[in-house]
Design a protein around this ligand. Structure first.
Ligand code: IMP
Length: 433
């Protein structure tokens, strides 16, 4: 099998970074296809932690091509900082390539300003965005006024586009939000500097992927966020501004759907969410706090505490369907060790008698009325970090894993029992089938 997509099945932060890093060992190219530096992937190798926001996790390996797809929105300042950081840490092997799509969109300072101003104006109704300018950058893309990486490399086009955009954004900033205007000259100088640094990395990644796929190279598509932050299929409007479901790997990287062989869905053994929005299985009690602290559930990008709750299989089932998931990777199972009784949400019910088992209601008002229907399983107290095979897991842990498999009808291909690369049970590697 040569092309594998990895996506999160919940609200992001499922631990994709570790899994992508693991699969990257077998891949020739690792491609991100949506989002920007709203994502944060934490990877721990031999106790050393690396947090990546833009660059695919494959960068830590030798002889890989890491690609930033056209479906992404890229803040060049952050990208350059990330490159410098990796080089300083000796974590950017010289034989590994970084390629940036010429069609990816660029996050500009006015995007960050509008993101922050809009959130502030919303007050209690805010989305809780990462304030990285993600939404406004995608808005410009769809409005056809966005600045792409290829524009960044052309000073004439860049000058003209910045001028027009600053004019428009200043209207919003000053008239709508009562903020100070933004000045175009420093932006132009700053971004021209970025162009020089990034130029050697820019290419048409669709063409490169086509050649690689013909040569039977192994391609790993790395999703960011999770399926329930998808702008179409997530809990709208409390979502990000891109399609996070597996189908967007094709659009966001320029490959046809017939070239994809399998989709691995990452399922964290419980649920977390950062930012606002409904969360049926949220735990505002001691167990929730315990999961938050044992699981170190802080946003890798913003440092915010993540909201925690029981595993919600309605979310997972919808993701399995919408993303066509063929294998499930369960993460952070060790975090549940020591909890006496574990609950899994198998459906929602409302006071009006509505029931949902496979699909999240589109109407937020209905979603907010949903109450969880739980099944309960006995927990375990044994350490599971050293397990290398499913058979090594305690009986109750094994039952939890089997239950997940049965509830979503997808086989388990991996179970993560600790943060480190080697604290992992691999039952099937999608690249070695
Ligand atoms: P934005 O992507 O910054 O516009 O934020 C929109 C929503 O998506 C907010 O609730 C964010 O907290 C959430 N979000 C964005 N990126 C991530 C992520 O990588 N993990 C978890 N939540 C995210």
């Amino acid at each position: 099998m040569s092309s594998v997509i990895v996506v999160g099945t919940q609200w992001g932060d499922e631990g994709k970074g570790k899994i992508v890093d693991l699969y990257a060992e077998d891949a020739d190219a690792v491609v991100r296809f949506q989002g920007g530096n709203n994502a944060g992937h934490t990877i721990v190798v031999q106790g050393k932690q690396t947090i990546l926001h833009l660059i695919p996790s494959g960068i830590l390996h030798n002889y890989k091509t890491c690609m930033l797809g056209n479906g992404m929105v890229i803040d060049p300042r952050v990208l350059i900082e990330e490159i410098d950081y990796l080089k300083k840490e000796n974590a950017f092997p010289p034989n590994t390539k970084l390629v940036i799509s010429d069609k990816a969109h660029v996050i500009m300072p006015y995007h960050r300003r509008v993101d922050a101003a809009r959130e502030a104006a919303k007050g209690a109704g805010k989305i809780g965005t990462t304030q990285r300018g993600i939404g406004p950058a995608y808005e410009d893309k769809v409005s056809r006024v966005g600045i792409r990486i290829c524009d960044l490399l052309d000073s004439e086009v860049l000058t003209e586009k910045i001028k027009r955009n600053v004019e428009e954004k200043n209207f919003y900033l000053t008239k709508l939000y009562g903020e100070q205007p933004i000045d175009e000259k420093p932006i132009l100088d700053e971004y021209m500097g970025y162009a020089d640094v990034l130029r050697p990395h820019v290419a048409d990644i669709s063409l490169l992927l086509d050649v690689a796929i013909r040569q039977k190279k192994k391609i790993l598509f790395e999703g960011a966020q999770g399926c329930h932050l998808d702008v179409d299929y997530g809990t709208y409007p409390f979502v990000t501004s891109s399609n996070t479901v597996a189908g967007n790997a094709c659009c966001g990287a320029g490959v046809g759907p017939t070239k994809i062989d399998s989709v691995v869905g990452i399922v964290k053994a419980y649920t977390t969410r950062v930012g606002s929005g409904p969360f049926v299985t949220e735990l505002n009690d001691e167990i929730g706090q315990r999961i938050q602290s044992v699981g170190q559930e802080f946003g890798a990008t913003t440092g915010r505490k993540r909201r925690c709750g029981w595993l919600d299989m309605v979310l997972v089932r919808q993701s399995v369907r919408v993303s066509g998931i063929t294998g499930m990777a369960i993460t952070k199972l060790d975090v549940l060790t020591g909890i006496d009784k574990l609950k899994i949400c198998v459906g929602y019910r409302t006071d009006k008698g509505e029931e949902f088992t496979k699909s999240v209601p589109a109407d937020l008002k209905v979603f907010e009325r949903c109450q969880p229907v739980y099944m309960e399983l006995d927990g375990w107290t044994e350490d599971i970090n050293t397990a290398k095979r499913l058979e090594d897991l305690p009986r109750n842990t094994r039952r939890y894993v089997d239950t997940l498999e049965n509830l979503c009808g997808v086989k388990v291909v991996l179970v993560s029992v600790g943060a480190d690369r080697n604290e992992t049970i691999v039952t099937e590697n999608p690249f070695r089938r």
